[in-house]
Design a binder for this molecule. Structure first.
Ligand SMILES: O=C(CO)COP(=O)(O)O
Length: 241
């Protein structure tokens, strides 16, 4: 059985005070959510301590948005698995397209970060996806396939989540057709040795399209940016039909 995971990626949003306001609005909506559905919030580093205390005893799991491959060292501005582990978090996003685009992340560094996450007992959420130009040039399959191959060298597929996030669908309101996301996710799965890896779709998931996306047979969850910032809208996503 593949685990269903609905994860919010808050990116660089919310202070500690705002994260408390979110929780006050959000947690009460989870009472009727099916037990087997995992709910995750990947929050800024500055909210981890506070969120970890406030989520204790709740069914919401916590995640970070990046991890360095070294345990410590002269890496200004980075964060290590040893540091993250202290907050009792379960997940960490690795290789998000915004990290690849703005912060020089390569398939090699993504691979090193995935290995570090697993070494520290965290489940990495690996993001892959093609740009608009790559899609228009008919390169989607080749791009995704190369990312999967390079990123997953020596990675344990028994402790892994993958998110297919077409870059052109992120934050644009321009969702990938559910059937097309399903097709690409099927291609990703065909490349894996563990066919039970949870593979999410990400890119403008919102309360209007979540039911159709989650009805697709290959799609095991969602990685949500904008719509995870509002408690009511994220609750609606977690409670998809
Ligand atoms: O990048 C994303 C999640 O990691 C998707 O962001 P949006 O849901 O805002 O499109």
């Amino acid at each position: 059985m593949r685990q269903i995971i609905i994860a919010g990626n808050w990116k660089m949003h919310k202070t500690q005070t705002e994260s408390l306001e979110f929780l006050q609005g959000f947690l009460s909506h989870l009472e009727d959510t099916p037990e087997e559905r995992e709910t995750v919030l990947c929050v800024p580093f500055t909210c981890l301590n506070f969120m970890s205390k406030n989520l204790h005893g709740s069914r919401v799991k916590l995640g970070a948005q990046n991890i360095h491959w070294a345990d410590q060292g002269a890496f200004t501005g980075e964060i290590s698995g040893e540091m993250l582990k202290e907050f009792g978090i379960n997940y960490v996003i690795v290789g998000h397209s915004e990290r690849r685009q703005y912060f020089g992340e390569t398939d090699e560094t993504v691979n090193a970060r995935l290995l570090a996450a697993q070494k520290h007992g965290l489940t990495p959420i690996l993001c892959v996806g093609e740009s608009k130009a790559q899609r228009d040039a008919g390169e989607t399959e080749a791009v995704i396939s190369a990312q999967i191959e390079k990123d997953l060298v020596n990675v344990d597929q028994n402790n892994l989540v993958i998110a297919y996030e077409p870059i052109w669908a992120i934050g644009t309101g321009d969702t990938c057709e559910a059937a097309e996301a399903n097709r690409v996710i099927g291609l990703i799965r065909s490349q894996l040795t563990n066919k039970n890896v949870t593979i999410q779709y990400g890119g403008s998931v919102n309360p209007k399209n979540v039911d159709e996306i989650m009805a697709q047979p290959e799609i095991d969850g969602a990685l949500v940016g904008g719509a995870s910032l509002d408690p009511e809208s994220f609750a609606r996503l977690v409670n998809y039909q």
